[in-house]
Design a protein around this ligand. Structure first.
Ligand SMILES: Nc1nc2c(ncn2[C@@H]2O[C@H](COP(=O)(O)OP(=O)(O)OP(=O)(O)O)[C@@H](O)[C@H]2O)c(=O)[nH]1
Ligand SMILES: [Mg+2]
Length: 314
């Protein structure tokens, strides 16, 4: 009897699998859409632009199709080395993905953003491009028409999907379209896996999300989080993490009068982490100053950013 490969064959059906990149300007709703498509809160979401700094993988396996979503940082105009690392993370994904979802915030006041010539060229070379006009719950009909018109001129071969990552309206039609476009392939990850990134990564991201919610102006942007210890066997689960900021004044803001601010941050982050891991958590937070870490290659590498080589940094 011929042997069947269990990954390749579900009740005689061939499986499909592939990488689906979510790219676009900051705040377009990339992370919201990925969370919606994987039915889980994986990537952090805030009203502020430039929330996502690294690629976040989300895996959805159903009905013989495995979609490996890659949420990316917004396509920013780089102002310092952290931005370059963010842009690099986003553009690399465009070249490698089977399907690229280009998200546009249809409700944005300033209309459809202009992409740099380099980014446009990469998008034109994407294997398959789908334009996603997001925030239909908020956009006016004229704004949606403007996105359709823009997409028709810029990417005449790309299909346009109008949807709301927030309410879920239109997202299942997009899922069906993606499923039909992925190549026949064995699954790339085990069927029950939701991400290839470790729990520590998501813990650090959730602490950062709370920092975005509780602090304003430059403070959340100056925050980086590193999980130093993660004791899974302990009850409650013990997590020690350090929050890095760039200046002593920011450290003082983060700690607050008599430690009130850091306690509030700890409470907010702990609740999110408990939801994520499904168990009680003891969160031990520390704050340190690491001057200019956003501009320093060594510090960025220490936080796990991959720094583009000097020619790509320009
Ligand atoms: N009304 C409305 N708001 C949305 C929708 N999708 C996302 N948002 C909101 O838009 C803001 C940005 O969403 P994110 O998912 O963080 O956007 P992003 O593209 O990942 O942003 P960056 O990581 O900063 O590049 C948040 O306040 C979301 O709640 C939508 O369909 N409708
Ligand atoms: Mg994001």
């Amino acid at each position: 009897m011929a042997q069947t490969d269990e990954h390749d064959d579900i009740e005689g059906e061939t499986t499909r699998a592939g990488y689906v990149a979510l790219v676009g300007y900051p705040n377009a709703g990339k992370s919201s859409l990925m969370n919606r498509l994987v039915d889980q809160k994986l990537s952090i979401v805030t009203p502020l632009a430039q929330t996502t700094r690294e690629r976040v993988l989300g895996i959805d396996t159903r009905d013989g199709v495995q979609m490996v979503f890659v949420d990316t940082p917004g396509l920013v105009e780089p102002r310092y080395l952290l931005h370059k690392a963010m842009l690099h993370a986003a553009t690399e994904v465009i070249a490698d993905a089977d399907v690229v979802l280009l998200l546009i915030d249809a409700a944005a006041q300033h209309g459809v953003p202009e992409f740099s010539p380099d980014v446009l060229e990469l998008l034109e070379r994407a294997r398959q491009l789908i334009v996603v006009s997001n925030k239909t719950d908020q956009a006016r009909p004229a704004q949606l028409a403007r996105v359709r018109e823009w997409a028709g001129e810029r990417f005449p071969r790309a299909r346009v999907f109008e949807l709301s990552a927030l309410t879920g309206e239109g997202t299942e039609a997009l899922r069906a379209e993606i499923a039909g476009r992925l190549p026949e392939s064995p699954y790339l990850f085990p069927e029950d896996e939701v991400s290839s990134q470790p729990v520590r990564f998501f813990v650090a991201e959730l602490i950062r999300e709370s920092a975005f919610e509780l602090f304003e102006k430059e403070v959340p942007y100056s925050v980086a989080v590193k999980v130093d210890e993660f004791r899974e066997q302990a009850t409650p689960l013990y997590i020690r993490a350090t929050i890095y900021v760039e200046r002593p004044t920011q450290k003082a803001i983060l700690i607050g009068s008599g430690g009130a601010a850091i306690r509030q941050l700890g409470r907010s982050a702990r609740e999110k982490i408990e939801d994520f891991v499904g168990a009680p958590v003891y969160l031990d937070l520390w704050v340190k100053v690491l001057p200019r870490w956003r501009k320093d290659a060594l510090s960025l590498q220490r936080f796990g950013f991959s720094i583009p080589n000097p020619e790509q940094r320009k």
